[in-house]
Write a protein that binds this ligand. Structure first.
Ligand SMILES: NC(=O)c1ccc[n+]([C@@H]2O[C@H](COP(=O)([O-])OP(=O)(O)OC[C@H]3O[C@@H](n4cnc5c(N)ncnc54)[C@H](OP(=O)(O)O)[C@@H]3O)[C@@H](O)[C@H]2O)c1
Length: 294
């Protein structure tokens, strides 16, 4: 990493960043830079590619260069857990850090994906998670685990965990059961008959797998298992069209939302951690929509 080249060439100065590897696809700058401008904050938000194994070093360099905060994306959200000085209890429970706030030289780690998911569900469907029976596809991955634990912590009515490698979903279920309450959580095998039965008692379906980016990706669910009363949340988003899951869901008469909504709400919560003020949500939403069109 050539640090001076990264941090020194921006006007207004770079004070916020998103790190990942790769990182060129991230739309976070198009969401945060208009927000900074709207709030009269003399700072710029940039993308920085950081290789695996160098997150702690990058955090120290950000702090030494006067940065205020950082977002962390794939594949660094777990490495970041051990690279902060102060870990927020929710981030510990969700098992990932996606927001770093640098305060008086100290590195504070947060997770805004879990709370961002709750805000997305509320905005898209007008629903509170505690009223919903939730089925998560990809519950054994990083995002799926975070959404599963967040749903359990927030008191969802029932939690159904599905993962290609079932042992990983079972490990998440065990972790959730070890939390200090007794949620209704079970693991569903990824088989058509089991999914049909589970979806008959599900309100909110979440895709937290990495499938759906490409038209050739395998179907996640049998299309005839989708019902008009389902709320379908795809964490994946595509610039050019709907994901196959959302297309099937809409066809079935279900209500849908894609991953841009989560990107927006997790970003707004990161902004709140950095600046201790509400984020200009509509400006951020416009920024994301403009980026999606370009
Ligand atoms: N919109 C947002 O702001 C936002 C935020 C976070 C994540 N995401 C998206 O969420 C997705 C997951 O991210 P992550 O960080 O959780 O990744 P991850 O930790 O690598 O997990 C990937 C998940 O996808 C499953 N999977 C991969 N290929 C599969 C296949 N062919 N068939 C069935 N399942 C398959 C994996 O199952 P196995 O365990 O069996 O491998 C695992 O559950 C990504 O697309 C990411 O972009 C979006």
């Amino acid at each position: 990493m050539h640090w001076n080249a990264v941090a020194g060439r921006f006007t207004p100065p770079a004070r916020l960043a998103v790190i990942g590897d790769p990182i060129g696809h991230s739309r976070s700058p198009q969401m945060h830079n208009p927000a900074l401008q709207e709030c009269g904050i003399e700072a710029q938000y940039i993308r920085v590619q950081v290789p695996v194994g160098r997150v702690a070093e990058a955090f120290r360099q950000f702090a030494a260069s006067g940065f205020l905060g950082v977002n962390i994306t794939i594949p660094h959200k777990f490495e970041a857990l051990d690279a902060v000085d102060v870990l927020d209890p929710l981030a510990r429970q969700l098992g990932a850090v996606n927001t770093l706030a640098i305060r008086a030289g100290k590195l504070h780690g947060f997770n805004s994906d879990g709370p961002g998911f709750l805000r997305s569900v509320k905005e898209a469907f007008g629903a509170d998670i505690q009223d919903l029976r939730v089925l998560i596809l990809g519950a054994g991955g990083g995002a799926g685990r975070a959404v599963a634990v967040q749903s359990a912590l927030s008191g969802c009515r029932k939690l159904l965990l599905v993962n290609r490698s079932q042992a990983k979903a079972e490990a998440v279920a065990t972790e959730i059961l070890a939390l200090n309450f007794q949620p209704d959580v079970s693991v569903v095998p990824w088989q058509d008959d089991a999914l049909h039965a589970a979806l008959a008692t599900t309100d909110l379906i979440v895709n937290a797998t990495s499938l759906g980016m490409k038209p050739a990706d395998a179907k996640l669910l049998p299309a005839d298992a989708l019902l008009p009363r389902h709320l379908v949340f795809d964490m994946v988003y595509r610039a050019d069209s709907e994901t196959p899951l959302l297309a099937d869901a809409r066809q079935a008469g279900a209500r849908t939302v894609d991953g841009l909504s989560l990107l927006l709400h997790q970003g707004a919560i990161s902004f709140e951690h950095w600046f201790d003020r509400p984020a200009p949500l509509n400006v951020m939403r416009d920024g994301l929509q403009n980026a999606a069109r370009s």
